[in-house]
Design a protein around this ligand. Structure first.
Ligand SMILES: Cc1cc2nc3c(=O)[nH]c(=O)nc-3n(C[C@H](O)[C@H](O)[C@H](O)COP(=O)(O)OP(=O)(O)OC[C@H]3O[C@@H](n4cnc5c(N)ncnc54)[C@H](O)[C@@H]3O)c2cc1C
Length: 356
């Protein structure tokens, strides 16, 4: 499938053409992601699966020519797998100024010590992008740096894959799992520093905004698929004297869902248009608004599964061999991944107040 996608000129479409992407811009990408969102395997087939897609953006943004040669090009070719290792079990992920993992200069090297978890795909990754405090005395948002760490560097210990609602059963080394990782005196050369020293937050933010809107775009497709299933089921499932679509509350579900989905779609495409025309920074408020609307509106369509088939709506096995091609329980996990909505609302409100 990946070969066919490449032949059609659709591989890694989120990146600029000089990096092997298509340079579509966000609006066109939004329309494409909406279609891809209908399938759980599409991001893999199209070279834009997280976390490799976000990590490739970081490398494109901040990597030296040597780092791009060694990590970015093989990552884009699908020859390497990557992980982003920031969240820690003992500090709040929603406030990364509290990070405890440290990188200390030692001769020409950096020595990293720390404890991470929820590093998606770390147990199958070839390299990890590790966020660590490199200058504890600096201002909070200038304390951390990013480091490129090969997974086989001595001291990198993948402890386990954390069981989640999405993958509740014990399993290790599987795509999509989230690992707990110990970094014990991990020594990396100076060239492992990714971007400027102390620029970890800046780079993370630059990665986060496009990443957020791409999630929103895919969610439109997820919601559309749930909606189609709802409509289809409501036409043949018979209960209490008629097919489900004959009952008023089911009609309400359909109408409410259509309205919410349309609102989310137009807000997403508007944010994408603003990113294309005025840049990422100018679209921060619009991206923030769509991020939490997605969680409250269309997320409901998806979280409860297709509302028509109550029982089927809570089956969670995805994709091939599964009962329902959606992941109602995994959806809740994905909502958590991009950070709490409460935190997105406050800066959005502040920007809106100042703009008035
Ligand atoms: C599926 C999945 C994949 C992930 N992948 C990665 C990955 O690849 N790499 C990585 O580094 N991390 C990853 N994460 C971690 C994710 O980024 C964090 O879970 C997230 O940032 C929240 O941090 P936390 O879990 O430490 O929660 P905390 O920050 O401890 O928050 C706990 C609770 O407090 C609430 N809260 C926090 N602050 C406020 C506030 N000011 N007001 C009101 N309520 C508040 C939050 O909403 C939350 O409910 C992943 C998480 C998930 C679920």
């Amino acid at each position: 499938m990946q070969e066919e996608v490449r032949a059609q000129g659709l591989w890694a479409a989120h990146l600029d053409p000089e990096l092997g992407g298509q340079g579509f811009g966000q609006v066109k990408l939004g329309l494409m992601h909406e279609i891809l969102g209908t399938s759980p395997i599409a991001p893999l087939a199209f070279g834009n699966a997280a976390p490799d897609s976000g990590n490739s953006e970081i490398l494109a943004l901040a990597g030296t020519p040597e780092q791009k040669e060694r990590y970015l090009h093989p990552l884009l070719a699908g020859d390497l797998k990557s992980a982003f290792s920031m969240t820690e079990p003992h500090t709040a992920g929603s406030d990364p100024t509290l990070l405890a993992t440290q990188a200390v200069r030692n001769g020409g090297d950096w020595v990293i010590n720390g404890h991470k978890w929820f590093s998606s795909n770390a147990s199958i990754a070839d390299f990890l992008i590790v966020m660590a405090v490199s200058d504890p005395g600096a201002r909070p948002h200038q304390r951390a740096s990013m480091f490129l760490v090969d997974a086989d560097t001595p001291g990198v210990r993948i402890v386990r894959d954390v069981a989640t609602m999405e993958h509740p059963e014990e399993s290790f080394g599987r795509y999509g799992n989230h690992a707990e990782v110990l970094y014990e005196d991990v020594r990396v050369p100076a060239e492992a520093l990714l971007g400027a020293e102390g620029a970890g937050f800046l780079i993370a933010q630059q990665r986060l905004y496009p990443g957020r809107i791409h999630h929103c775009m895919r969610w439109l497709g997820v919601a559309r698929r749930a909606f189609d299933m709802l409509c289809e089921r409501s036409l043949y499932r018979h209960a209490h004297g008629s097919v489900l679509s004959g009952h008023q509350s089911v009609q309400n579900w359909i109408a409410d869902s259509a309205a919410e989905m349309q609102a989310a779609r137009l807000m997403t495409l508007h944010a994408a248009w603003k990113m294309d025309s005025e840049g990422v920074a100018a679209a921060r408020t619009e991206i923030g608004l769509i991020k939490f609307l997605r969680r409250s509106g269309p997320a409901r369509r998806r979280r409860s599964g297709p509302p028509g088939p109550r029982g089927a709506g809570v089956l969670h096995r995805p994709a091939a061999g599964g009962d329902v091609p959606l992941r109602p329980r995994g959806a809740d996990l994905r909502r958590a991944r991009r950070g709490p909505s409460r935190l997105g609302r406050a800066p959005g409100a502040a920007r809106l107040r100042t703009a008035r």
